[in-house]
Write a protein that binds this ligand. Structure first.
Ligand code: PEP
Ligand code: MG
Length: 576
């Protein structure tokens, strides 16, 4: 029977496909004693599952496009090798025979043993292998769980709607490469980095869908509506027809939007607005160029560090940055220094101890970089080398006091001095800071005076202002870009930067949501940086806005305090 399950739509679009339900494997893995004459059969089950998991990985590896980042291919190669190692390929079979138990139990037992060995290791790189053991064994367990279920075993993920408890950004990238059609998770919200990636890769996704694992069955047809935040399990023919029609309408809307592709971005009263692209992966550049982005307003470098054990060295980073510079007309490439920590963890550069209690408030972003100066200097050298190739901006995330800023400046100078001493060319560059914590917004004037530009990161600014963890769906209902406190901090930042003549852009997700475009223009924002997939929508709204008409309504919004009143005034603003 059809069932509608509601969550939060985090990436619009519709996906229609069979569900692939990924359960927390520990829940499913209990010990079942078996009879001696069942041992051979159980060992065969195990070996078949290992073979399928390995074939699956090899297939994904073969199908990867030629320009796939090397870290993704290496990651897959390591996992294939691990599946061939006797500690995974043979040891569980011995456990099945010795303990006369089911394959799931044996493999879980071996997983715990292997992880214990890795976790004992001093070397953080080797220690981090424990995660790979988990992931590789998870694949074998998935194969065991999928037995007999299916006519889609050969094509494990392609076209499927993945239903999981949670998916971290690194795994999401792999699933994307494997061709999933949509994503449903029980946890997570619109500001999680997985959600941001889903939007930039145009993958329909719904998060915070409680009980999804219980309510959606493996292999069942589902319709996922990323706009409305709903997933329909086992929909009837009429519902399917309705959604196929919606898919058709959406593709017609997208064709209409193409008309603004060649238009300049300017308001009705001819005020030019800069529209840049947020780039998470090198692949984003093609769409950014096609949709006429005037530069890269944010390149999140931390994605270069995910899904690998050894961080990229200076040369590899330089090559990655060089590939972006000068590719979007005359526009600059804004390279943000590492924002690791919180939901973007890398085992080899992991904050330890107290930071893990509340990682969003811990050793994250610039704080982590300042505590790992060698790694930071390596990145700064790579970015500075890229400045010789075209206009580059360096952007520092999560600044909260001027001391951090001066420390960063001195490290940038040190890296530049080193390069010049080595006769390595360094071009002109601008140094900017992100306004992401309320303290920085309230001190925006000082930051504006000491930096070449500011960039407002509303994803974090909202998280830290409203004290809501952006990846915790339980407090997701409190996320509100229109909260008067958030709007005041935006106004303070824009006014402070304006007063000292420092350019300011906004690169949080608020810039990409057309509900807020006019309000942001009314507050004085003239520079937006959004996911390439949203460029045309934002340009369409900018080009239909008359600044002289919206200023009075913007002032009324800023005076209002009641959420319903603010929302009504914003609706009015968007209709004039
Ligand atoms: C932000 O916080 O708004 C931002 C753009 O940075 P990130 O989403 O990567 O934290
Ligand atoms: Mg941020």
């Amino acid at each position: 029977m059809a069932l509608a399950i509601y969550g939060t739509g985090v990436s619009s679009g519709i996906a229609i496909g069979r569900a692939h339900v990924v359960r927390g494997r520990r829940l499913d893995t209990q010990e079942h004693p078996i009879e001696p004459d069942q041992v051979d059969r159980e060992v065969r089950r195990f070996r078949l599952a290992v073979g399928r998991a390995s074939e699956d990985l090899r297939r994904v590896r073969r199908q990867l496009p030629a320009d796939t980042p090397v870290e993704v291919t290496e990651f897959l190669d390591i996992h294939v090798l691990m599946l061939e190692d006797s500690s995974i390929a043979d040891a569980p079979a011995e456990i099945i025979a010795e303990q006369q138990c089911n394959a799931e139990w044996a493999i879980n037992l071996q997983c715990d043993r292997l992880k214990a060995v890795f976790e004992e290791m001093e070397d953080p790189y080797i220690r981090s292998r424990a995660n790979d053991v988990d992931q590789v064994i998870g694949r074998v367990l998935n194969q065991l769980a999928a037995e007999g279920a299916d006519d889609y075993v050969g094509e494990h993920y392609r076209g499927l709607v993945l239903v999981a408890e949670d998916v971290d950004p690194a795994s999401f990238l792999l699933l994307y490469q494997e061709g999933i059609a949509g994503l449903v998770t029980e946890h997570g919200g619109p500001l999680s980095h997985t959600a941001i990636l889903a939007r930039s890769l145009k993958m329909p996704a719904v998060m915070g869908l409680r009980n999804a694992l219980r309510l959606i069955n493996e292999g069942e047809l589902v319709v996922l509506d990323g706009q409305r935040g709903v997933t329909l399990a086992d929909p009837g023919r009429t519902v399917q027809r309705h959604y196929r029609e919606k898919l058709r309408q959406e593709s017609a809307r997208q064709s209409l939007l193409q008309q603004v592709r060649r238009q300049p971005t300017q308001t009705v009263d001819r005020c030019p607005i800069r529209l840049q692209a947020n780039v998470d992966l090198a692949e984003d550049m093609a769409l950014a160029k096609l949709n006429g982005a005037q530069g890269v307003g944010l390149f999140r470098t931390e994605y270069l560090f995910l899904n690998r054990e050894i961080p990229p060295d200076e040369e590899e980073q330089f090559q990655a940055y060089a590939a972006l510079v000068g590719k979007l007309g005359d526009g600059a490439t804004t390279i943000r220094t590492l924002d690791l920590g919180a939901d973007k963890q890398v085992d080899s550069i992991r904050a330890s101890g107290s930071s893990m209690i509340n990682p969003a408030l811990g050793l994250r972003a610039v704080r982590l970089c300042l505590s790992e100066q060698e790694m930071f200097l390596c990145q700064l050298r790579a970015i500075l080398r890229a400045t010789a190739l075209g206009p580059v901006n360096i952007l520092i995330p999560m600044l909260c006091n001027t001391q951090e800023l001066f420390q960063v400046k001195s490290l940038v100078q040190q890296a530049e001095r080193e390069l010049r001493a080595e006769q390595v060319p360094v071009g002109p560059y601008q140094l900017g800071g992100m306004i992401e914590v309320p303290a920085a917004a309230l001190s925006a004037r000082t930051f504006a005076k000491n930096l070449d530009f500011l960039s407002i990161g509303t994803n974090d600014l909202i998280q830290y202002t409203l004290a809501i963890d952006r990846i915790d769906d339980q407090v997701g209902y409190l996320y509100d870009p229109l909260h008067p406190a958030v709007l005041k901090l935006l106004q303070i930042t824009l006014d402070a930067a304006g007063a000292v003549g420092t350019p300011v852009s906004l690169c949080g997700e608020m810039a990409a949501d057309t509900t807020y475009t006019r309000l942001l223009l009314g507050l004085g924002l003239r520079d937006f940086s959004v996911s390439p997939a949203r460029l045309l929508e934002v340009r369409q709204v900018v080009n239909s806005t008359d600044l002289s008409v919206i200023s009075r309504l913007t002032r009324r919004i800023m005076r209002a305090s009641h959420p319903a009143r603010i929302a009504a005034l914003v609706r009015e603003l968007n209709e004039v």
